[in-house]
Design a binder for this molecule. Sequence first.
Ligand SMILES: NC(=O)c1ccc[n+]([C@@H]2O[C@H](COP(=O)([O-])OP(=O)(O)OC[C@H]3O[C@@H](n4cnc5c(N)ncnc54)[C@H](OP(=O)(O)O)[C@@H]3O)[C@@H](O)[C@H]2O)c1
Length: 221
Amino acid sequence: MRAVYYERKGPAPRVLVLGELPDPQPGPGEVRVKLHFSGINPTDTKLRGGWDGSMEMPFPRVIPHQDGAGVIDAVGPGVPRSRIGERVWIYEAQRGRAFGTAAGFVAIPSENAVTLPESASFETGACLGIAGMTAHRCLFQDGGIQGQAVLVAGGAGAVGHAAIQLAKWGGARVATTVSRPSSTARRRTPPQGSGSSRGGWASTAWWKSPSRRTSSSTARC
Ligand SMILES: NC(=O)c1ccc[n+]([C@@H]2O[C@H](COP(=O)([O-])OP(=O)(O)OC[C@H]3O[C@@H](n4cnc5c(N)ncnc54)[C@H](OP(=O)(O)O)[C@@H]3O)[C@@H](O)[C@H]2O)c1
């Protein structure tokens, strides 16, 4: 299979290699996914760059990327063969493991490959992983949010984008902050499949920000 990998940490242009590697075989409890899209998470680039202060390789060779989406094409012992052909989104493929999703195939524990409905594209599936799970955890770790008011800080970002949709799905009233007019416009447009039929993706206020940004706006969703 074609794969992107690195054998030493450092800046991407210096350490990333595109090459041919053997196709992975699924072990017990694992599925193999033929990848359609690989999702890049900030942790992928931070770990490759030595952000945690360690330039030691956790494995001799690493294929990066935790998230992705594709179709299961093989299963290991203990996994029902009925999973073969299933469209899936993938999370934490490279957590504690050497090989992630920047490749033609990935072999991962069956539970890390989650059914992706026909209505969701592979691109969407590849963006659901860590960012979507972070948003879900922030919203629902203490239970349901039906009828509650939720403020999503940074609604134009990866986590914020997912949080807005999940909060609406959970029945909350949602307000968000964005830093630029272009981001406000993006938040005014209900994302595909968000189920948001009402208007109200509108900028409601501007205020001075003490941070590096000069101003922010909120959008009621
Ligand atoms: N991505 C993950 O998987 C993940 C996982 C765990 C935790 N986190 C944390 O979650 C937070 C968001 O991460 P992300 O990946 O979603 O980042 P991101 O995609 O870069 O989005 C960050 C958002 O914050 C907005 N923002 C920044 N400064 C602002 C300010 N002063 N006022 C208003 N908006 C501001 C930006 O708005 P504009 O686009 O309008 O400039 C941007 O949309 C970070 O703290 C990150 O460490 C992320």
